[in-house]
Design a protein around this ligand. Structure first.
Ligand code: PAN
Ligand code: ZN
Length: 195
């Protein structure tokens, strides 16, 4: 019983996410360079104000098999050019691990992709649970006019691999056209050679 840990009580607010996080990760426009199709639009935004794109509020759970790590993410409303504010996106380092996303407020899309380039989306609104099966890379996109807030739960030993998405991108991007979100081919996407 050397690993016995005390239970944890966490208060989660539907608008603000985890109330007393142990750690808050902030991602600003400057952290998102190269991830949007329109570099000029990103640089222009950056020259005005290095805005906050999203925040992850984490609770300290051991990053070990058997545990379930949970956190909340808040994506602020906004766009880079025509593309909505979004997370960086990643595959899990241990790729055969799943994840659950549960929307608390706002709206947006969960965009998923396999190494072979197969794409799937789930429209998220309060009460929607999105299940990301093993082997799917994932990113979330705020297509609404308010904060998009969701809870995520994943295995303690999942880990994160950001490199694949950073180098190859997602096959699809979500852009605003006539006031509505539309999924388009990503001009910057580089397919993985061997899947
Ligand atoms: C989520 C994400 C969170 C931020 O908790 O880590 O929404 O997105 P990025 O990690 O892509 O910046 C999750 O999927 N964890 O595994
Ligand atoms: Zn994940």
């Amino acid at each position: 019983m050397e690993d016995l840990m005390e239970p944890i009580r966490t208060l989660v607010d539907f608008k603000n996410g985890v109330i007393h996080p142990d750690r808050v990760i902030e991602r600003r426009i400057s952290d998102m360079q190269g991830m949007y199709a329109d570099d000029d639009a990103l640089n222009q935004l950056l020259s005005i104000d290095n805005r906050l794109v999203y925040q992850v509020k984490e609770v300290s759970i051991p990053e070990k098999e058997g545990h379930i790590i949970y956190s909340t993410t808040i994506i602020y409303p906004g766009k880079v050019g025509k593309e909505y504010f979004m997370t960086k996106g990643h595959f899990h380092a241990k790729e055969n691990t799943a994840e659950i996303y549960f929307c608390l407020s706002g709206e947006g899309y969960l965009l998923m992709q396999t190494r072979q380039g197969k794409v799937s989306t789930i429209y998220m609104q309060p009460g929607v649970l999105g299940y990301i099966p093993p082997y799917w890379g994932h990113r979330t996109i705020n297509t609404g006019s308010r904060e998009f807030v969701f809870l995520t739960l994943f295995p303690g030993d999942a880990g994160h691999n950001y490199e694949i998405i950073q180098k190859h991108g997602f096959a699809k991007i979500m852009v605003e056209e006539n006031g509505k979100p539309v999924l388009k081919d990503n001009p910057r996407y580089i397919p993985l050679k061997n899947g």
